[in-house]
Ligand binder design. Structure first.
Ligand code: CTP
Ligand code: MG
Length: 243
């Protein structure tokens, strides 16, 4: 719950997780630092956050060693001056937890975003924040699934065909009331997304409309797709220089 008697506790905190190695991409540097049209994926990912209304705190969870602001990866002055750098962990969940621990107290809404979803439009961030502000404990952007999906057993035999109309492929940023996400992470359990921890804790999570541009760069093909979208002028190029 927001508390109007304590306006200092109203604000949006954003944790961008960027500490993965990018083993499936197979580049020489961690995935968040791989260039896309000459700028690190992380710079693209941070760009919409800079434009987010109500932003109170921005934390980047980065590979160990990169939390030093003198690291060569930060050359060029694009890192927002207010951003806090922390070393991530061995699993995504641990990187989120490290980021949450460094968020400013003055946020009652927290967004967790994958650096690898580097072309996510600011409108997706805004939809997620609005739905949390409207009362949801947890909110995830999602898109309809185009393939028919099967569940299988350990031998590969089909055990079921879920109704496609009830499926959503979910993206980030995922948004939560801060107290809800903090408590879910305090469980010490791991999951591939934060909503799963919040669901397990018994909270309802709402899906809002995602965006095709919020796809995750996982493989070299995905990076080529992102390069094509930038070359075609379909995404805004990040601003350079300190803010
Ligand atoms: N991530 C993280 N800390 C980890 C693992 C992942 O902060 N220990 C972040 C990644 O940097 C990425 C997001 O979580 O922004 C989604 O993870 P994924 O796409 O799987 O990235 P990687 O783990 O880096 O890639 P791979 O699984 O191919 O190694
Ligand atoms: Mg991974």
């Amino acid at each position: 719950m927001t508390d109007d008697a304590h306006p200092a506790s109203r604000g949006v905190g954003v944790v961008v997780v960027a500490a993965g190695s990018g083993s499936r991409l197979g580049a020489e540097v961690p995935k968040a630092f791989v260039p896309l049209a000459g700028r690190a994926l992380l710079q693209w990912a941070v760009e919409p956050v800079r434009h987010l209304e109500g932003l109170a705190s921005l934390v980047l969870a980065v590979p160990p060693g990169y939390e030093d602001p003198g690291h060569p990866a930060w050359q060029g002055g694009w890192l927002p001056a207010s951003a806090v750098l922390v070393a991530g962990g061995a699993e995504r969940t641990a990187s989120v937890a490290a980021g949450l621990a460094a968020l400013d107290a003055a946020c009652d809404v927290v967004l967790v975003h994958d650096a690898a979803r580097c072309l996510t439009p600011v409108a997706v961030f805004e939809r997620v924040v609005a739905a949390v502000r409207a009362g949801a404990d947890g909110v995830v952007p999602g898109v309809a699934v185009v393939d028919t999906v099967k569940t299988v057993d350990s031998h590969g035999f089909v055990t079921g065909t879920p109704d496609r109309a009830s499926l959503r492929a979910v993206q980030t940023p995922q948004g939560f009331r801060r107290a809800v996400l903090d408590a879910a992470h305090a469980s010490g359990l791991a999951a591939t997304d934060d909503a799963a921890l919040v669901e397990r804790a018994g909270h309802r999570v709402l899906v809002v409309e995602g965006d095709a541009l919020a796809f995750k760069v996982t493989t070299a093909d995905d990076l080529a797709r992102a390069e094509g979208l930038v070359a075609d002028g379909l995404v805004a190029v990040p601003h350079t220089g300190r803010s």
